[in-house]
Structure formats: structure tokens, C-alpha cells
Design a protein around this ligand. Sequence first.
Ligand code: ZLM
Ligand code: CA
Ligand code: ZN
Length: 393
Amino acid sequence: EASIMRPKGYTVSFHCNPDMEKHHFGMTHPMKPWRLTLSKSLIYSYGMSFAMDNYVSRAATYEELADFHSTDYLDFLGTVLPEPVPRDLENQNPDLKFNLGGSDCPLFEGLYDYCSMSAGGALDAARKICSKQSDIAIAWGGGLHHAKKAEASGFCYINDIVIAILQLLRFHPRVLYIDIDVHHGDGVEEAFFSTDRVMTVSFHKYDPNNFFPGTGALDDNGPKNEHNSGAHHAVNVPLQDGITDEQYDMLYNTIIGRIVEKFRPSAIALQCGADSLAGDRLGRFNLQVQGHGACVEFCKRMNLPLILFGGGGYTPRNVARAWTYETSIAIGCQDKINPILPQHTPWRDQFRQDTLFPTLEQILGEPRLNKNPPKRLQEIVQHVTEQLRFVQA
Ligand code: ZLM
Ligand code: CA
Ligand code: ZN
């Protein structure tokens, strides 16, 4: 499609590194870096690269990673890997060092390169925002929200989001972080727990005993000590299986609308984990590409500098649909692209399984029983509204 034009009045940049996508967590591990290649291929097939500034991101340096992560952890990640954990270390401590090497966070070939490229893309995106060369910067290879200062967690080793937000904070007084991945954005929340310059908001499936990571209750809102400036600056929206586009849209628009009004961020960082879509291998929600994309559209309408990160997403052809649709929203061409998947994408075979739905927006997914009573959603809105009374810009 040659008709996709550069947006008028603002600039979108796209940050990726093809070398990142070649890494493997292991044959049956749900995290598949090649979903990034699939997404990009669909984005390019629609001709969207002509409407953006495209950058091959560099790998983040050790010093850049050390802005957030401890050097002990980075040294272990960088020097011990990619070799297997030495026997003597294993014997000294039967526990996994830094939570590395288990089935969620396996050691694989090129792990350090993979992590530094993910962070490099996120950091490049943040720098383009800071220099005002971009108004919307896209880093689908980022969004790894569970990584901690000195610990890997839930498929995440380096927290590229925290590193990117630290960069934004050099130029922006207040940053709003929004996380629509089906999992709680615990690593980002924890990193900015004690500051009033970042407000973190996560929408997630919450079941402390049966769903990872088990944190993010409605009344977990930051430090309980009122004298800590981070108090009230963590917003959690705990949800149950099967939430629909309509319900999610109502919650999102109400909550984010009020937060923007009270907190007055000067930039927004949005983690677009696609495991909140219906039919995701690990997720539990009923969101469609439309409903997921509506979250991006709402942020774009705020007219603030915006970074879009990737994140989870375990049914690759649906991940590609969502991130392609969301790229089109960033450009503003969502009404101009043909919803029938382009014939000439080299990855068309990946979508052939969806014979009944050969379109961009229609995803295959078992509808889940909706376990979110309207009354509970009202309680959530009520709680957040009361919480925001303690927040001011
Ligand atoms: N077992 N293989 C989301 C991160 C979710 C912790 C229960 C591992 C899996 C999962 C790994 C091939 C983001 C937990 C799970 C089985 C302890 C989680 C390897 C299947 C496999 O087949 C698998 C041998 C693996 C892992 C399922 N792990 C499903 N859910 C979560 C982490 C990351 O989307 O938010 C951002 C990128 N972990 O539930 C266990 C408790 C490990
Ligand atoms: Ca989330
Ligand atoms: Zn997730």
C-alpha cells in the first residue's frame, strides 16, 4: 500500500533491532522473540515504514543498564553468561542466582546481547522523545516490566522501561506509566515506588495465588507512609478472567482521564503487552485488537510525548495484528489500511490457520466466561477516584 502518508504536524519513530529477534528462550518456551519479526513484517507490508522515521537501535551499554540494575547482577549476566552456570557456583548455592536459569528465565545463547538490544531500543525511543525529534516513539522489542534491580523475573532480565523512564525524567518533570499487559507491571511500580515524579498504572488479571506475579491489589497504592512522596502514586486495576472491550474501555478512559487531569504528566510511557488479547496462550482476557488499540488511541489524543513499548504476547499472529494496528494508530492511518491481511507478507503462512478471519482486526480466540461483575468495576473506579484526591501536580 503506497498510500500511507507521513502524519501532518508530528513525527513517529520506530526503533527495532533485527538481531534481537533471532534469540531463542527454548523450543517450547512461550516467549518467542520472532513475534517481533512477524509484527514488523506485517507493519512493513502495509507500507507504514514510509510514514515513520525508522532506526536500527543500538545495544545499550553497561553504563546505561547500570542506571537501574546493580553491577553485581549485570556482571553475572554479562560475564558468566552465555556459558552455563559453573558447577561450583551451583554447589555453593542451590538457589538460582538472581533468579536466572529456571524455566521462566532460562539461560540461552546471546542472552546479554538480547537484553541490551531490548534496552537499547527503549532508550533510543526515550532519547528521541527528549530531543523532541519524535512525538511518538515505538519500541516493540521493549516492555519487559518484571525485571528488578538485581533479579530476573517472568521472562524479563533487564527492565528497559525503567531505563527509558529514567531518561525521560532528565527532561520531563512528571511521567505517567500505563501497563495494559495482562500481568502486573511490578518491576516498574517497584522502581518508582518512592517518587511522585512517576505515576504507575497497571491493569491486570489479579489472583494472588494462581496468577503471576500475584501482586497489584486495588489498595496497593505506594508507600503507606504519607511523608514518602511516592504515596498514592501507584494505581492498580485488578481484574478477573474474560473482561471485554466495552468494560476495559470504560475503566481505562475513566481512570486514565482522571489521572491525566490530576497528575498532569508531561510524557506518557505505555506498555502494550498483547497477552491481554483474547486467545492468548497465557492470558485470560477477552480483549479484541480494537479494544487493545483503543488504549493507544486514548493516549495519543492526550497530545503528550508518547513511547509505545511491547511486552507480553504469546499467540504470535495476534501479537502481530495488535502491534500493527497500534502502529497504524500512532501514524493516524488506521482508517486507511485494508483490514484484509496483505497477500504479499512473507509471513502469510503464519496467518493461514485463521482461515475464517484473514483480517487484521479479527483474532481467533475462545471467548472466556466474563467474571467481572459491573458492580466490582464501579468499586474500582470509586477507589481510584478517592486515591486521586491525594494526588496533585
Ligand atoms: N513455571 N516452558 C509474563 C511472565 C509469566 C511461575 C509457574 C514454569 C509460564 C510458563 C517456561 C518450556 C510478561 C509463573 C510456571 C513452567 C514457576 C508463567 C518454559 C509454560 C512454559 O512450557 C514452558 C519448558 C514456561 C513458562 C508456561 N510462566 C506461564 N506463566 C509465569 C511468568 C511476562 O508477559 O508479563 C512480560 C513479558 N511464571 O507463573 C511459575 C510460578 C515456573
Ligand atoms: Ca498490566
Ligand atoms: Zn504479560
